[in-house]
Ligand binder design. Structure first.
Ligand code: C5J
Length: 219
């Protein structure tokens, strides 16, 4: 077992039964011409997570951890996008043309994962239509088949897709750890609040740590 210095108390995990999931580090969310930016957000806030994620990814690969990535997006004909989701955004909408192709559409440049954190061969990529990575995907099946029990979750945004996935995972019995500098939000106060909620009441959803502490545990 490995132990990570975490809050609200140390997090113990077995690398054999632990997976690292990188949530939605897609060009549409973190690059200056993407969906997030067009909605009026300052992407420099979410780009802060790239370097810590990259360091953690490198160490996780070296340690042989099971690594997965997710992408939020939809079929080109929008048939797997709930009508309610299609009306959200206010300024631009899913499926509309953007600087990197149609917004959040599978196969478009903006839907792809940023080059800095690009998946390596053998690392499954989960395409998800919702905020949570378990909803309408085969993620749970893949994790169960590998005997995974603990999840280290990184990515964007903290209070949306990261938090939703952490809650879904917790309810399915996984022990969740979030390295706080490996996730980010366009709203720093939401980032802080989401992490507070996760670790409250004796890790009601999971544990919070940082990239260096997880890297040290993996060494
Ligand atoms: C959002 C995400 N914020 N990946 N998606 O719409 O958090």
């Amino acid at each position: 077992m490995k132990t990570v210095n975490a809050q609200p108390f140390n997090y113990a995990f077995d690398p054999e039964t632990t997976a690292l999931i990188v949530i939605d580090m897609q060009r549409d969310f973190v690059e200056p011409d993407g969906f997030g930016a067009v909605l009026g957000n300052d992407v420099s806030l979410v780009r802060k997570a790239i370097a810590p994620c990259s360091r953690l990814l490198r160490q996780a690969r070296e340690a042989g951890l099971f690594i997965l990535h997710t992408r939020e997006g939809h079929r080109a004909d929008l048939s797997n996008c709930p009508p309610a989701k299609l009306t959200r955004g206010g300024k631009t909408f899913i499926g509309e043309p953007g600087a990197m192709g149609r917004i959040l559409i599978q196969g478009e440049a903006g839907h792809d994962i940023i080059p800095e954190l690009y998946p390596q061969p053998g690392e499954p990529v989960i395409d998800k239509p919702g905020k949570g990575a378990f909803y309408a995907t085969d993620l749970h099946l893949i994790l169960q088949a590998r005997g995974i029990r603990s999840l280290i979750i990184c990515g964007v945004t903290t209070e949306v897709c990261v938090q939703t996935t952490a809650r879904e995972a917790n309810d399915r019995g996984y022990e969740v750890l979030i390295p706080e500098d490996c996730c980010a939000s366009y709203f720093p106060e939401f980032h802080r609040a989401a992490l507070e909620m996760i670790k409250a009441q004796g890790a009601i959803v999971g544990w919070v740590s940082n990239a260096d502490a997880v890297i040290q545990a993996l060494r």
